[in-house]
Design a protein around this ligand. Structure first.
Ligand SMILES: NC(=O)c1ccc[n+]([C@@H]2O[C@H](COP(=O)([O-])OP(=O)(O)OC[C@H]3O[C@@H](n4cnc5c(N)ncnc54)[C@H](O)[C@@H]3O)[C@@H](O)[C@H]2O)c1
Length: 317
């Protein structure tokens, strides 16, 4: 079975590629190496993938022909996106990389005779300030990211409703781990503690509650719809960890591992930030047999070891 992953040089995409490859699937991927964060780091990741015989095509979903990358593909995992809630990111980047990119990808994928499954990767940000509900809740996003990712999910699922396009969608919750986007909490925390530098903290965020979901549990969860496609087709699933922790607790765990106190630099409150995420994964458990198990402590330990041994003095991150 041949699988194409969009956004393969990114955080979740690269981890998913390695997992699928280890399971014996033939994996290829597409990435445009956007400069939202270091393209040098993404190219470093792409090289690691290529060494494992995972072919990475440098293509932009918004404008390039994807026919080489999609040739003979049975399954598409669509992860390419403009992520994050960052006031500095122009609105058109969200529109282009989340909406147009998805639309163009769908147009090209629909021409494939070989396609059996299209797995869209969505986000808990579609729920808005409080992401605690089952998939049936009416989405109320509060950021350009959440709004445009919801639009992308609708584009995919409307193809399913209109044309029986074989699709499902997985909404991920605060993923952390190896190769996490450097603008997120855990990488910033780890870098600040490892280098004894200041950690920028948005006012009010210490009490934010998150389902910090380890990349191991997430990639495991993303493989399940593929394995149980007859149950997954046409459905939306929350994929995350039920364990909930505050930002404060995450900082305390990291401080304990490093045996060092964090130097905090307060920044003004950031609009559009979710206040509470708590993955309700009842449906994924029941339908897919999803069973997340990695704790915050275990996940942070693994991530810190990865950073210290494979990144810190090796590549810009
Ligand atoms: N990381 C999380 O906590 C999280 C949570 C919820 C949902 N998600 C979703 O998971 C997916 C992956 O997120 P991530 O954290 O790995 O982000 P990421 O930025 O690390 O990966 C996305 C990749 O997509 C590529 N890309 C962007 N626009 C493209 C385009 N037009 N053509 C080709 N490639 C393009 C980027 O270069 C990048 O490498 C996204 O769809 C995101 O919405 C992530």
């Amino acid at each position: 079975m041949k699988i194409c992953i969009t956004g393969i040089a990114g955080f979740v995409g690269s981890n998913l590629a390695e997992k699928l490859n280890n399971y014996g699937y033939e994996v290829v991927g597409i990435d445009s190496f956007e400069d939202y964060y270091s393209p040098i780091f993404k190219r470093h990741t792409a090289k690691i993938l290529e060494k494992q015989d995972i072919k990475v095509y440098e293509l932009n979903l918004c404008k390039d022909s994807l026919s080489n990358a999609l040739d003979g593909v049975d399954v598409v995992y669509h992860l390419a996106a403009q992520p994050g809630n960052d006031a500095k990111t122009p609105f058109e980047n969200y529109v282009n990389n989340n909406i147009y990119a998805t639309k163009n990808l769908l147009e090209q994928v629909k021409k494939l005779n070989s396609l059996k499954a299209f797995i869209n990767i969505a986000t808990s940000s579609v729920y808005g300030f409080f992401a605690t509900s089952p998939e049936t809740e009416i989405p109320l996003p509060v950021s350009p990211y959440g709004v445009t990712k919801l639009a992308a999910e609708h584009l995919v699922m409307s193809e399913h409703r209109n044309n029986k396009f074989p699709a499902c969608s997985c909404r991920l919750f605060s993923v952390f781990g190896k190769r996490e986007r450097p603008d997120k909490l855990c990488p910033k925390l780890i870098k600040a503690l490892a280098n004894d530098t200041e950690f920028p903290l948005f006012e009010g965020s210490l009490e934010h509650k998150r389902s910090f979901s380890n990349i191991e549990d997430i990639t495991q969860g993303l493989i399940l719809p593929l394995k149980k496609w007859e149950k997954a087709e046409g459905e939306i699933f929350n994929i995350g960890t039920e364990e909930q922790n505050t930002t404060k607790r995450c900082i305390e765990v990291a401080e304990k591992i490093f045996k060092r106190k964090l130097k905090v630099k307060m920044l003004p409150k950031r609009p559009g930030d979710q206040l509470t995420t708590h993955a309700n994964v009842n449906k994924s458990r029941e339908v897919l047999g999803y069973n997340p198990h990695v704790s915050l402590e275990e996940g942070l330990n693994t991530m810190i070891n990865w950073y210290l041994n494979e990144v810190k003095d090796v590549v810009e991150y």
